[in-house]
Design a protein around this ligand. Sequence first.
Ligand SMILES: [Cu+2]
Length: 285
Amino acid sequence: MAFDETDWGGQLMRVGKWLLAAIGVAASNASAWAQDAVGRPLPWEIGMQKSYSPIKDAVVSLHNEVLVIITLITLFVAVLLGIVMVRFSAKKNPVASQLTHNTWLEVAWTLAPVLILVIIAIPSFRLIYYEDRTADPDMTIKVTGHQWYWEYSYPDNGNIDIESRIILDEDLKPGQLRLLDVDNQLVIPVNKRIRVLETSGDVIHSFFIPAFGVQRYAIPGRTIETWMEADKTGTFYGECNQICGTNHSRMPISVKVVTQPEFDAWIKEQQKAAGLTQQQKVAMR
Ligand SMILES: [Cu+2]
C-alpha cells in the first residue's frame, strides 16, 4: 500500500502559529517541553497527530481519501440545494409539481450512496486487517489495563513486569507534561515490529497512542492483538480512551522508543532489578 504523507494537521498548526505570531501572541511553549517528546499533542492542533508508524501512515491516508469523498458529496448537495432554492422558489414556480414517484430516480439515489459506501469500505477493511495482526513480530509485549494504571510485561525478556503510573500535578518536574508523564515508561526498540497483546484486570480500558495509530480495547478475560512499529526514537504519549472510572484521565501512556543496544541495556537493568537468577536467564534463551 502506498500511503500519502500529507500532514494536514501539521500544516494547519503552522498556519495557526503564524496567525498568532502575527498578532503578537506566543503560539507555543514548545521549548519548555522535554526535548525528546516526539509524539505528543500541541497547542492549536486541529488535524491528527503526526505519524511515526506504518499503521498511522495508513490511517492518515484513509482519512485523506474519505475527506475528498465527503467534500465532493457536500459540494454536490450544496449545488442541488442552491438549484432548488432558485429555480423552485414560490415566486418563480407558483404551481408546485404533483409528482410523487419516479422509479428510476429512486433506484439511482439508493444505488449511488451504496456504491460510495462500498468504495469507502474496501480501504477501510484493508486497514482494519492491516492493524489487527502482524505476520512476523520481532518481539511481544503484553499490556494490562488496571484501575488506574498500566502494566507492561515483556514475555520475550524473562517476563519483566513494570507498572506505569501518572505523575501527579504536585510532583511534576520542569519539562514534564501534566496528565501525560508517568513514573515508569513503556520502553521499546526503534524500527522493530512489536506485537501488542492486550487484556485488563478489571474493567474495559483502551490503549491509545495517536502517533503510532494504535487504539485497542483492553477487555477483562480476553486477549486482543495489535502491533506497532516506531520509526523514530523519543517519547510518545497516549492515554486510556475508554471511560473506565473515576481516574480514567489519570492513566496516561508514555512510550520511550530507543535504539536496540539501548533497549538491550535497559532489559539487563530490569532483569537485575527483578532479581532473575542465572537459571531463569538461561531458560529464556
Ligand atoms: Cu482506563
